[in-house]
Design a protein around this ligand. Structure first.
Ligand SMILES: Nc1nc2c(c(=O)[nH]1)N[C@@H](CN(C=O)c1ccc(C(=O)N[C@@H](CCC(=O)O)C(=O)O)cc1)CN2
Length: 292
């Protein structure tokens, strides 16, 4: 079997085209959605991701505001920037690029964001609403990567209803919230959340209809771990140095041989990453629409 590709780049392009139309409709009512980004320090990966978010905004007609701060920024200085953005009417939503430097209390920063402007859906109020609303529509921003995973599969004509999903990784941006999203009545999957403390990870993976690999461990999922015909989503991002060329490249959590066993695979790059970016824009547009 050669797996079919869950094409995140093409799907994200479709979502962005839909959002462009919605942004034009808002413009007719005099509303221009605005996304601000807050970046602390000079990590090249984070700088690249933030630059991408501003390019995406320009593509769909969202105004964007950039606040780049030095590595030495204190907790109080960063909180003062967030207070400004919370008060700025031109900012519909904003994100604080993660990870933050070690001297910053990330949880306190996420809590400082006005929940109504939380474009990443990572404020405790918004995560809490996600927990509470298993049966109702959720009218608050949702975490972008889990939302991207769900949309990527659904938009390839695959229903999640009744599927056994095994997630690897318990981080706040993917592993923890994705279980709540996938088990909502409207999606109806069954989820097992595994992590570095899970005994015999392979036995969980081998019975999964869907594997969501978000461990950040290159190649943690290989062909031997995958049930024939399963769907495998690669969310892992690790930067490794290619021994042959000496160049640095992105490595996902899913080994290449998985394509010989799985029915569907999301590539990395070109899978969940572009979807994360597109769903961030969706959160901003939806927040602006709710304000109308
Ligand atoms: N505040 C946040 N911080 C971080 C998040 C997040 O959702 N919110 N997620 C990641 C980084 N990230 C977005 O911020 C992100 C990572 C990767 C991609 C992406 O499109 N990747 C490309 C490949 C990129 C490459 O080659 O270097 C792909 O998958 O095709 C988008 C967004 C951590 N921080």
């Amino acid at each position: 079997m050669t797996a079919q590709i869950l094409d995140g780049s093409a799907t994200a392009a479709t979502i962005k085209a839909e959002l462009r139309t919605r942004v034009s409709a808002l413009a007719e009512r005099g509303i221009v959605p605005g996304l601000a980004t807050v970046l602390v320090g000079d990590d090249p990966g984070s700088q690249w991701y933030v630059a991408g978010k501003h390019r995406d905004c320009a593509e769909v007609g969202i105004a964007s505001i950039r606040r780049d701060l030095p590595e030495s920024t204190t907790q109080a200085e960063l909180e003062a920037v967030l207070d400004e953005l919370n008060a700025d009417p031109a900012v519909t939503g904003y994100i604080v690029q993660l990870p933050l430097p070690a001297h910053i209390d990330t949880d306190a920063i996420l809590e400082r964001i006005d929940p109504a402007k939380d474009a990443d859906g990572l404020h405790p109020t918004n995560l809490g609403r996600l927990m509470l609303r298993a049966s109702r529509e959720i009218d608050t921003p949702l975490p972008c990567t889990p939302r991207g995973v769900i949309e990527l599969v659904s938009r390839h004509g695959i229903s999640w209803d009744g599927l056994d999903v095994v997630v690897i990784g318990r981080g706040v941006t993917v592993g923890r919230p994705i279980g709540s999203l996938l088990t909502r009545r409207a999606v109806n999957a069954t989820v097992t959340l595994t992590h570095t403390g899970t005994r015999d990870l392979g036995s969980h993976l081998r019975r999964a209809d869907v594997i969501v690999a978000a461990a950040g461990v290159p190649g943690i999922v290989s062909a031997d771990d995958v049930k024939p015909g399963a769907i495998v989503l690669d969310v892992g991002v690790s930067r490794v140095t290619d021994e042959a060329t000496g160049k640095s490249r992105i490595a996902g959590d899913v080994a290449d041989d998985v394509r010989e066993v799985a029915a569907w695979v999301s590539p990395n790059p070109g899978g969940v990453g572009p979807m994360t970016r597109a769903l961030l824009l969706a959160n901003v547009v939806e927040t602006a629409e709710r304000q109308v």
